[in-house]
Design a protein around this ligand. Sequence first.
Ligand code: CNA
Length: 257
Amino acid sequence: MAGAGISTPSGIPDFRSPGSGLYSNLKQYNLPYPEAIFELTFFFQNPKPFFTLAKELYPGNFKPNMTHYFLRLLHDKGLLLRLYTQNIDGLERVSGIPASKLVEAHGTFASATCTVCLRACPGEDFWAAVLADRVPCCRVCTGIVKPDVVFFGEPLPERFLLHVVDFPVADLLLVLGTSLEVEPFASLSEYVRHSVPRVLINQAVVGTFAWQPRGRDVVQLGDVVHGVEKLVTLLGWTEEMQDLMRREREKLGAGKS
Ligand code: CNA
């Protein structure tokens, strides 16, 4: 299970970290309250703030960090049953984890849909408008086009239901960089069997790790990349990890982080 904290080392702010999180830095958008930026009612009244934020989070601007590549390495080794992520930045895909292994529980910026006629809008059209500071509109009916990220009150993607089959058979749960505050995602951390170790790598002890800890829980506090690095060392995978990152970064070329 992953959250915004796995992408802060790639330069993307999370929501709730005091000072650096998006919710502390939304003053420029003149919102009635921070969450309004992800609410449909506000979006239809005034879509500009959301698209200004979307432009800042433009996927091409950021690169995966060691945490994403560690999850990719787990996949390469046949150890990743599934990656449930709340992130909408698409860095899991960029790191090379196949779509079949991903549940993007809060959707993605990678595709977009017209809010009126529900036609899919090509990603290039959507991003061309956003990068030019225009509100993207449907070619067919001129309705506002919204990326397929889940706003408050919207249903989660159907793939989220995979948790029903995945969590009971998992034999290890990693929880990385999340405040475990957003439901129903947060409750997944309780769905593994009680004999299964749960490993939290995060700046703070969160969710059930704080209020209903289990005997086999492991908590590694601090920066997620440091925590992952420590785990990689303990596993004796350092060289493989470095090789994978070198190869993947060469593919992506030079750029942010
Ligand atoms: P959150 O509520 O902002 O919590 C982030 C958590 O990560 C907090 O507990 C932080 O202490 C912790 N954290 C931040 N940086 C680090 C770090 N370097 N090392 C270790 N821990 C760190 O974010 P959640 O994902 O829990 O909340 C769910 C929201 C946030 C989802 O709906 C996402 O779509 C949304 N979000 C996504 C992104 C993204 O896609 N990168 C960015 C911002 C928000």
